[in-house]
Structure formats: C-alpha cells, structure tokens
Design a protein around this ligand. Structure first.
Ligand code: COA
Length: 416
C-alpha cells in the first residue's frame, strides 16, 4: 500500500526532541527521512540517560524510528559538497539548531533557495522574531515562556512544568503540520518556502484557554475556578487553578479506594450539568436535586468544595476502575488517573499500535509510542531507530550516486 508521504525526501538535520518528533511523524507517514549526524558523535541524545551500557538510549530510539542515519561533517569542504547535493536531492530540510547555526555552516535560506528553489526549509526555534530570538531553548524554558507554567499547579504553590512535552513534542507536531501545508502549496506554486515553529508560540497555542481567561478577568472573577467559591480575590493575571476543569463543566481529581498507598488511585470527575441528577443519585444525595443551593450550574459554583467533598466520600469507597464502570453507563464523564505502568501494560493500546514493542540489536526489545494519528491508507510499521551512520554508504550511493571510491575518499577526509 502506498503511503501518504512516500514521494517525499526529508533532509533531517534535527536533534534532541522537538525536531526529531516532527521528522519521526513524517517518516511514519511514509517520507524517506535521512538523518544527518556528526561522524563519531551523532545526536547528543544517543548517549543521554543511558540505561543499557553501550547501546543507544531510549531517549534517542523513541524519537528516531523509521529513519536512515547518514554521518556527515558539514563543516568540512567535502562535507559541504555532500550537503549541497543532498539539498538538491531532497524536498524538505528540517532543522532545530541554535539560532544562526545553519548560516554559520554556510547554508542560509538564500543559499538553499539558490541550490533548490523547490526546497522547503523548516525550523524549530525557541522564540520567533523579537527580543529573545537568539536564545537557546529547552522544553521547560518553553513551558515557562509560553504561559503553561504560570497557569499550572496550585494557587499557593510554585509554577509547575507539566510531564507532557508540549514545548518539544508539541512544537514538533506544529512543525509537521506546517511542512505538510507547504508541500501542498508547492504543488500549486512549484516553489518551496520557509516554515518556522517557535516553541513559545506552540506552547501558547496549546494554552489558549488561559489567554481566554486572562481576558474574561476584566468581566469579573472566574467563577468556575475553586478560588471563587473559597472567596479568594483574583489578581491581574490568570491564576493557577490546581485540577479545576478548564471548561465550563466543573471537575476535580478525587481520591479512590487505595489512595493511601497507591499514588495513582484517583479519578477525574466532571459534574457535567446534563447529568447532575444522575450524579446526585449515584453518590446517595437525591435530595440535592431539589436543594435551592444546587439547582442550577451557576448556583453550584460557590459550593464546589462542598459538592466535590461529598462526591469524594463516594469515590473513596470504589476503585478508580469501579468509578468508571458505574459512571460511564450513566454518561457521567470520569477518567481514571493511569500510571505509565498501567498504560504500558494496557492490551488495547498494543492492539491499536499506540504502544509498540520494538527490537533493537544493541538493547533488545523495548516499548515505544506508535503513531498517534491513524490514516486508513497508512498502516504504520514502527521500525527501530538507525545506528549511527548505519545508512551512510546506502544514502551516498543510492540517493547521490557516489561511487565506492568517492565514498572511501570522503571517509578518508573525515567528511562522513
Ligand atoms: N556537522 C558539523 N557541525 C554540526 C553538525 C554536523 N553534522 N551538526 C551540528 N553541528 C554543529 C552546529 O553547526 C553548531 O555549531 P556552531 O555552534 O559552530 O554554529 C553545533 O554543532 C551545536 O549545535 P547547537 O544547535 O548549537 O547545539 P547545542 O547542543 O549547543 O544546543 C539546543 C542545543 C537544543 C539548545 C539548540 O540547538 C536550540 O536552541 N535549538 C532550537 C530550539 C530547540 O529545538 N530546542 C529544543 C530541543 S529538544
């Protein structure tokens, strides 16, 4: 079966997490992704957080499936020549170097357009144009600069970063979207273009409901935030709201049976207005249906602590899975807090390819995430990440037409 992007060749100059997330997604959609790495060094993550001595780390393997690895020192003269030929042969160059690194290498956007006007050049940077455009940025810096940290955590605690890698993997996803749009546009225009995904912009895009709340503050307190019911005044900026639901339907994380010893024995419980009466019955408070304090959603807002306190008394008598089994048939929206261990062992996620087991010559079998977007005509078989330089010979001869002698000379010169 042909794949969505199997006509697309990607020159993958990415490293660490943000860029590799993007090119891994494109590889899963069928693109031929040629990952360019420094000879003898490679992507720094190969040797970060090592758990099996001598083997590529999980950090690297889980971000670089279905790619080919070509080692190339693009700062040597012959390495530059190889890179020029690659630019001419590929459709998209993806990079997430520190600002200016590609220019310093001699491959500015102007030079790339001269070499291949159809080339799409896609970059992740920490910030877009402005006062911080020259800064190096990692995940947590982006979470802080994009509004996530100031709005995550509890009101009386520190700003918090979240475990979801919204700065790196999130921006990689945004970049992949931009590349696909530019590829479609190229079909009409015949020209490539630049695609830029700044991490700050990506995080802010994912935090838009907090920017919404910033503006709603002008109209008065945010009544769905717990602090409203607690009588605590709002300041000038969107506050941290603990586990309050981000939408108009109040929700909380509540203890379930076993919470004293199991750090994940909790459920998320949403008091959706449409099922309020069913909630009253389930928790054994049928009289609440007639209670004038609780009759409508606006009347309930000042009493959320009291309401969730009563619901929690009920959830503490059930496991998180029992809460799910009881509430789901009644259309009450709840969700168990699932640990990574539980997710890794969940059979249905294996069946859909959302979690896959991959074999690796250096480290043996390991688990990884599979493609999170499913296309009916794009069956994704997750292939292990390449060893450093595993495909150098293959790419140089097949893609660029180098002879064995020429490749030997490049090796001799330290270019590959
Ligand atoms: N051949 C020769 N040189 C190479 C090379 C190759 N194949 N691949 C990389 N290099 C060089 C670069 O040209 C650069 O050289 P320079 O500093 O002389 O210009 C050097 O290696 C280091 O690259 P850099 O990107 O600066 O890496 P770093 O480890 O210092 O910084 C980041 C890492 C992630 C902080 C930085 O790349 C960055 O801010 N990237 C953009 C934002 C981003 O993606 N952050 C999230 C990462 S998950």
């Amino acid at each position: 079966m042909s794949k969505a992007l199997d006509h697309v060749k990607i020159l993958d100059f990415t490293h660490v997490q943000s860029g590799p997330t993007c090119t891994q997604l494109l590889a899963w959609m069928g693109a031929d992704v040629i990952k360019v790495e420094r000879p003898g060094v490679g992507d720094a993550t190969r040797k970060q957080l090592v758990d099996v001595e001598g083997a590529d780390s999980l950090y690297f393997t889980m971000l670089n499936h279905n790619k080919r690895s070509l080692t190339l020192n693009s700062k040597t003269e012959s390495g530059k020549e190889v890179l020029e030929r690659l630019v001419k042969a590929c459709d998209v160059l993806v990079e997430n170097f520190a600002p200016g690194a590609l220019d310093r290498m001699g491959f500015s956007w102007e030079r790339i357009q001269e070499l291949n006007p159809r080339m799409i050049m896609a970059s992740v940077k920490g910030f877009g144009p402005g006062p911080y455009e020259d800064c190096k940025v990692y995940e947590n810096v982006a979470q802080c600069a994009g509004g996530s940290a100031s709005t995550t955590g509890f009101r009386d605690g520190l700003p918090l970063v979240t475990g979801a890698q919204i700065g790196d993997s999130g921006t990689g996803l945004h970049l992949a979207f931009g590349i696909c749009a530019a590829l479609l546009h190229r079909e009409k225009s015949g020209r490539g273009q630049r695609v830029l995904a700044p991490m700050q912009d990506g995080v802010l895009n994912l935090c838009r409901v907090k920017l919404r709340d910033q503006q709603r503050l002008k109209a008065g307190p945010l009544k769905e935030y717990s602090q409203y019911g607690e009588g605590i005044p709002f300041g000038e900026a969107t506050p941290r709201a603990g586990n309050d639901s981000g939408g108009g339907q109040p929700g909380r994380i509540l203890k379930c049976k076993g919470w004293e010893t199991d750090p994940d024995a909790y459920t998320y419980f949403i008091t959706q207005a449409a099922v309020w009466e069913k909630i009253c019955d389930v928790i054994g408070k049928p009289d609440w249906k007639e209670n004038p304090d609780y009759a409508t959603p606006p009347l309930r807002l000042p009493h959320l602590n009291e309401i969730f306190g009563a619901i929690e008394e009920w959830t503490m008598t059930k496991t998180k899975y029992e809460v799910m089994e009881i509430c789901n048939p009644l259309d009450i929206p709840v969700g168990p807090i699932l640990s990574m261990k539980e997710l890794a062992e969940e059979p249905s996620l294996r069946e859909t390819g959302t979690i896959v087991e991959v074999d690796h010559p250096e480290r043996g079998p390991y688990l990884s995430v599979g493609c999170p977007v499913k296309l009916s005509d794009n069956d994704v078989v997750v292939e292990r990440s390449p060893l450093l330089g595993e495909h150098s010979q293959q790419v140089l001869s097949e893609v660029l037409g180098y002879s064995d002698e020429e490749i030997a000379a490049l090796r001799e010169a330290g270019a590959v």
